[in-house]
Design a protein around this ligand. Structure first.
Ligand code: GLC
Length: 739
């Protein structure tokens, strides 16, 4: 059964149309019974369904139990798009079971700072990794005939003042970082809806930002779905529709509905504009009308969550092959998370799980709390009990991590530290027990002052409701860790890219770090980090060799293939993530030393080898050229770097990026260097250069001899209007030579 949208549009009254572009309540759109337009339901995600059906005093309360899958950052740490697809598909199945039409996720804002309260929900500091994983997730959800809402478009990169902060971001930074993942998902997975962010971007609220929503999202990227507001993000309902925003959530919003009717009647808003929004909303409703409800196996979803988390956890340290533990005999577990682990973040994504696996439910190990039940209060007696007991055990496993209150939607962290009581216990236990294992239940980076004192560190991130059983599988070696960090763990907060600006509580955020966030920042500064982007160990080891390129040159319109062989050198099976980065040796704009442009996760039996392949295209080499208003791969030498971490790239090959010369866009301040760099032949201009060279007493720009380098630099930096002064060549004559 499909809606006859054209007929409906003809028959809807103006008031009904204005009513349709705002919700009925927190989770439902409005129905128009007279015309058979049904209401549909949306529910949060992104890593589990938060469906609310119960009301108390008119307000929704609670949530229907649902499976809590690994949170966004954990799922991304798997570096496995097929896993993201599988999580999305199961989420879509559960949505069908709850008759939800659209799931509000994935959340693909970048981790500009490790302090962001919603980093657990976001995927990475890298736009390419974010885009690839989110594309797979969206395909998974929508494969079930369930929609998604790609959020929060755009630049919702902090929780501090999130509903009003003005994010001042230059266009190149927006394009290359904060919009790039949205672009990839829109173009490759066609999300049914996009959710605009609360914040302003360069002075304009996202909900009414015509450049963002209409010029970029719709006209450039071809998005034809529904744009809805984040909840309460509507600022001006008329301006929003003029910017091509469709649906205000939540509803109802009678004053805004009336404002729209008035605006149409007064000729301030063309009715056709309102009709376009209604048409897109009807088309969106229609997409899910034939999706059949289904029952799903919760236990099977829970079991899948356990397997998934085992592929997400990141092994950061494993001295003396301390892990896996052959058994839990004489092993001491420490910390309340061993019983009741932290497995998800706070805020709109916080769901009611089917059940929660604690590691101690799945193994027999001795246990001591070590600190307060709240995870952050020191308890001297409990600490002392651990210190007294630790030496008597073969190993101590500390279940550490950030308590719920430390990470949530609505506010940002102010420190990278774990609770002091946890740092203190870990440090002291490691002094009396060399085989100390630290498990981290965190949604974002933390500092680890005790890193070199402990034997092993396994980052579980926020691993979903099955994190406890997955932990036991990983500790015993039943499952082999294969995750990689989707974000840099910095040594200090002061080292982070946005430190001078982030979370200072101001009304404005100034992105002075530009495209240099995450590893882009630390690499550019050659700065040390605690653990680098893309890093993760295994219980086996791998070797890479045989990097081959299909060509040593690249030019616009072509693709280039890179192949590399990866071998399991150890005695147990495992998975490795081969990563490919590209760095330009020369560039007309400041560029990071390297950027992730490909990754492949591959499972290998002991001794097995496989060849993985990457295809590089223009976007592998290009930057956003603000002058051209386009992606542009400038000529130069590209370094293709392949390895298993952003800081372990043993295989390097060079590719010459060729660029078609083109006439330079001339102004009187264009420099001689710009003209030459354009590569366009200007024979008459060369004669003028000789005159300039002569004024310095040399015979050409490339003359050798003393001070030649100095004269050359002077000449290249000379703006065209200065040729009149230095070489007696008036600007008009210069222009003539450049025709
Ligand atoms: C929240 C969140 C958004 C969520 C929505 C509905 O404010 O920012 O991610 O989907 O409201 O709960």
């Amino acid at each position: 059964m499909h809606l006859d949208r054209a007929s409906l549009l003809r028959n809807l009254t103006l008031e009904e149309k204005a009513g349709l572009v705002s919700g009925a309540d927190s989770w439902w759109t409005k129905a128009v019974d007279r015309l058979g337009i049904p209401a549909i339901m949306v529910s949060d995600g992104p890593h589990g369904l938060r469906t609310q059906t119960e009301r108390r005093n008119g307000a929704y309360v609670g949530a229907v139990p649902a499976v809590c899958f690994p949170a966004g950052v954990a799922l991304t740490a798997s570096f496995d798009p097929s896993l993201a697809y599988e999580e999305g598909s199961r989420l879509g199945e559960e949505a069908r079971g709850q008759r939800v039409h659209t799931v509000l996720g994935p959340a693909v804002n970048l981790k500009r700072s490790p302090l962001c309260g919603r980093n657990f929900e976001y995927l990475s500091e890298d736009p390419y990794l974010t885009g690839v994983m989110a594309t797979a997730y969206v395909r998974g959800v929508q494969s079930q005939g369930i929609g998604v809402s790609l959020k929060h478009f755009a630049a919702n990169n902090q929780e501090t003042r999130r509903m009003s902060v003005d994010e001042h971001i230059d266009e190149r930074t927006l394009r290359e970082l904060y919009l790039a993942a949205f672009e990839m998902v829109v173009k490759e997975a066609h999300p049914w809806t996009v959710m605009c962010s609360y914040n302003r971007i360069n002075g304009s609220y996202s909900s009414e930002n015509a450049w963002l929503l209409d010029d970029v999202l719709r006209k450039e990227w071809g998005f034809d779905g529904v744009v809805m507001t984040d909840w309460g993000a509507m600022n001006d309902p008329v301006k929003a529709r003029q910017a091509s925003l469709d649906l205000e959530m939540p509803g109802p919003s009678p004053e805004h509905d009336k404002a729209l009717v008035r605006a149409v009647r007064e000729g301030k808003l063309p009715e056709a504009t309102l009709d376009a929004a209604v048409e897109r909303i009807l088309a969106w409703i229609d997409k899910g009308l034939e999706t059949a409800p289904c029952t799903y196996d919760r236990e099977a979803h829970h079991a899948w969550a356990r397997e998934a988390e085992a592929q997400c956890a990141v092994l950061l340290r494993n001295e003396r092959h301390l892990l896996p533990l052959a058994s839990f005999d004489r092993v001491l577990f420490v910390g309340p998370f061993a019983r009741t682990p932290r497995y998800q973040g706070g805020g709109s994504s916080h769901i009611r799980p089917i059940k929660l696996d604690g590691a101690l439910d799945f193994c027999a190990a001795d246990w001591l709390p070590g600190w307060g039940d709240d995870g952050k209060t020191a308890d001297p007696a409990r600490l002392q009990a651990v210190l007294d007991a630790a030496p008597r055990y073969r190993a101590v496993v500390v279940f550490a991590g950030l308590p719920d209150a430390y990470e949530s939607e609505g506010y940002d962290r102010t420190s990278l530290a774990l609770p002091a009581c946890q740092d203190a216990l870990i440090d002291q236990v490691a002094s009396v027990q060399s085989d100390t294992v630290v498990l981290l239940h965190v949604g974002s980076p933390v500092t680890m002052p005790w890193k070199d004192k402990v034997g092993a560190i396994l980052n579980l991130y926020l691993g979903g409701e099955a994190v406890g059983s997955a932990t036991v599988d990983l500790l015993t070696g039943k499952r082999i860790p294969s995750g990689k960090l989707p974000e840099t763990f910095p040594l200090r907060l002061e080292d982070t890219p946005a430190y001078t600006d982030y979370g200072r509580g101001t009304h404005d955020a100034w992105y002075g770090e530009r495209v240099f966030i995450g590893y882009r920042w630390y690499d550019d500064r050659k700065a040390g980090v605690l653990f680098p982007f893309g890093f993760g160990l295994s219980y086996t080891t791998f070797g890479l060799d045989g990097l081959e390129l299909s060509s040593r040159t690249w030019s616009k319109g072509s693709t280039l293939e890179a192949k590399v062989r990866v071998t399991n050198l150890g005695s147990v099976a495992g998975s490795e993530v081969v990563q490919l980065y590209v760095g330009m040796a020369q560039s007309p704009v400041p560029r990071p030393p390297k950027e992730l442009k490909g990754f492949r996760k591959v499972f290998l039996e002991p001794g097995e080898s496989k060849v993985v392949s990457f295809v590089l295209d223009e976007r592998s080499f290009a930057f956003w050229d603000v002058e051209r208003h386009a992606w542009h791969a400038a000529k130069g030498t590209a370094r293709i770097l392949v390895g298993t971490s952003s800081r372990d790239l043993p295989l390097v090959a060079k590719v010459e990026v060729r660029e078609e010369p083109r006439p330079v866009v001339v102004t009187d301040t264009t420099t001689i260097g710009d003209v030459i760099d354009s590569g366009w032949p200007y024979p008459r201009f060369d004669a003028l250069l000789k005159k300039l060279a002569a004024s310095y007493g040399i015979d050409s720009l490339d003359a050798a001899g003393e001070d030649a380098a100095m004269y050359r630099s002077w000449m290249l930096a000379t703006p065209l209007h200065s040729l009149a002064v230095f070489a007696g060549v008036p600007y008009e004559q210069v222009l003539e030579a450049l025709r």
